[in-house]
Write a protein that binds this ligand. Sequence first.
Ligand code: KG4
Ligand code: ZN
Length: 339
Amino acid sequence: MPTILGIESTCDETGAAVVIDGRTVKSNVVATQVELHAKYRGVVPEIASRAHIENILPVIEESLEKAACGFADVDAIAVAHRPGLVGSLLVGVTSAKTLAWSLGKPLIAVDHVHAHLYSVLLDSAVSPQLPAVGMVCSGGHTALYDVRAWDEVELIGSTIDDAVGEAYDKVAAILGLGYPGGPIIDKLAALGDPNAVQFPRTYLSRESLDFSFSGLKTAVLYHVRGVPGRGESGATLTEQHLRDVCASFQAACVDVLVKKLRRALAATGGRSVIIGGGVSANRGLRAALATFDVPVYFPPLAYCTDNAAMTAGLADVHYRVGRFASLDLDAVTYSAFAK
Ligand code: KG4
Ligand code: ZN
């Protein structure tokens, strides 16, 4: 039963976790930087990497403490080395390499997007039927995958502009709500009418598995502020109208995600659906997929947003086949599955 220490620093969360057997999460510590970035309504890379440097060692120590183990009990050190912000990634990669070298333990390199899919297995006994269609929807990614095995994943569609979580964050900024926008819009949407405003659904060409959310974001902007050059003043946002805009925006996002999942299932013959990433916490998406054509697997809420448990979990797959990284491992800003 391998015990793996995972490290996550791809974006704006510093994480460390101890996972046994790829399933049992003994600890999962996340130092969030949300407050540091909130006033900019988005992640500022330089601020993120500095905060990672401050947080990484205390977070690793706390993860071992919470798991009631020491470095000697750990079989391997895993790190998400791609994709992400390069300054952020370097902090995790350097820490993991230093630990692996000084402790004489194997180093395992994990793809962060791939790990988001693996998160459905954490603290759970489920075994999704493969091949599956994977969908990672987060602040940085909206992508579909043909998952033939946990280490055999092919990208089959991705966003051509904004990621869906990014659209949530930008729409929240337009509406004067806080950051990150997803959880706030999700909450307000539950109180609004999803049919109040007919926002556009962008499906691209008939068979396309790619996504586009920038038109939807602009439609919300024009609805609220008026179309430029037309002398409109835009909508008056009463409390109820704000809720209706959130519900209608969420309905448009969910419709697109669900339709693309259906297309991907038809294209790949997938037998189940695996969802990961911050937007997989969305209540509207979970409700829409509660009854679906094939079984749908969501991660436990604690593992939807960035965390190191999913890194340590997926590393178990690599550990079992002896797929170790060398000490010249580098940070890579793009995913292994980029087109
Ligand atoms: O996976 P994640 O922590 O970071 C990235 O790798 O990007 O995802 C963060 C994103 C943010 O854009 C946030 O607004 C969105 O996930 N998010 C949500 C919800 N919770 C977080 N979006 C919609 N509904 C939610 N409940
Ligand atoms: Zn992520």
